[in-house]
Design a protein around this ligand. Sequence first.
Ligand SMILES: Nc1ncnc2c1ncn2[C@@H]1O[C@H](COP(=O)(O)OP(=O)(O)O)[C@@H](O)[C@H]1O
Ligand SMILES: [Mg+2]
Length: 394
Amino acid sequence: MDPVRNPYTPNAGARPPVLQGRDDLLEDFRLLVQRVADGRSDKGYVVTGLRGVGKTVLLGEFETIARDLGAVVVTYEVPKAPGSLTRRFPALARKALLEISPSARWGERARRAAAVIRGFKARFDPEGGWSIEYDVSDAMSVEGVADSGDFVADLADLVEALGEAARAEHRVVVFLIDEIQHLDSTELSALVIAKHRVNQRVLPVVFAGAGLPQLPAFTAEAQTYAERMFRWPQIGRLDDRAARLALLEPAARLGVGFEEAALAFITAYTEGYPYFLQEYGRAVWDAAEASPISLRDAEDTRTTVEAVLDQDFFSVRVAGLPDRELGYLRALASLGPGEHTPASVAAAMNRSGSASVGSATARLVSRGLIYSTRRGYVAFTVPQFDRYVRRTFG
Ligand SMILES: Nc1ncnc2c1ncn2[C@@H]1O[C@H](COP(=O)(O)OP(=O)(O)O)[C@@H](O)[C@H]1O
Ligand SMILES: [Mg+2]
């Protein structure tokens, strides 16, 4: 088939031609923004899931929904570097404030928020290259607000000031934060405490985000709030029907069909994982001579797909890994898919007890390769990673 017209999107964050199987989450989020716009409070919304299941794409849809509802949207992808949210937050708040209303039209609430942001920035990002300028004669004293030097307390004050400014302009501010697993426990706790403040004051501020399904490391104080004030829906593979439609519909729009057996073969191989479906769709489209795409086409493409996945998706994650950690991954992979105890990983490495692999476990979690599923268990963050490790490292 003509590669120029290939409709599949095997790229991180790339919106697929048809977004399958996520209607419930989109509806949840729409309702959340509408409720907050209507002066009610609601829980924050953090989508969790393995790599390549479509979290970033979903946040992109959330952004569209929020903007269509007239909200001010602030997006942020947390990089791996520690403390990044702490430094970046004042810039995000400033952007939100300028979008709530241009500085020439700022009323009392907005000017107060600007002063709070300015003070916050002076404490947490003194080196950053911008400042908030407005008529100083209008400056209000905001002593005692967001100036404790404690990020957790000050962030709540800042979000409150921003929320008041938004309410004065009848706007909703939506924060969309991707890769939240990179937040340190102070930053995560600060967001949770800020959300608590939003609820108490019924402010028009929405917190939503996405991240790996690892148990977030909250401070003890934030832990109970986190459970009460956020929903943590988990997404994963598409069910059989959605997976088939994710392959079928983009092709059908271009007048190309699939044999039933081809669909069955590809959905079985990919197990309905969105990124794998896109990669397979892309490859089989390019390889097929004619419509409908046949079982033969699907079978013949398998090695190509596997090579592409190894190259683009799997191998980058083990590049430069020390032997000790690679040994851990091999042991975990040898136990098959799903979750396992570090003690059984240790046993597979001819060691005894989880303590003997404790530091490797911690390093692999911080690299984002494995996560702790619940007390005492670990699993790969990447679907089918066990298969990859076995075929590559034996
Ligand atoms: N609901 C879906 N249906 C079909 N393909 C999807 C869906 N969601 C995501 N994808 C595809 O899956 C891949 C991974 O999406 P992405 O949002 O980057 O995942 P994550 O952020 O969870 O790692 C992309 O190629 C994207 O086009
Ligand atoms: Mg992502």
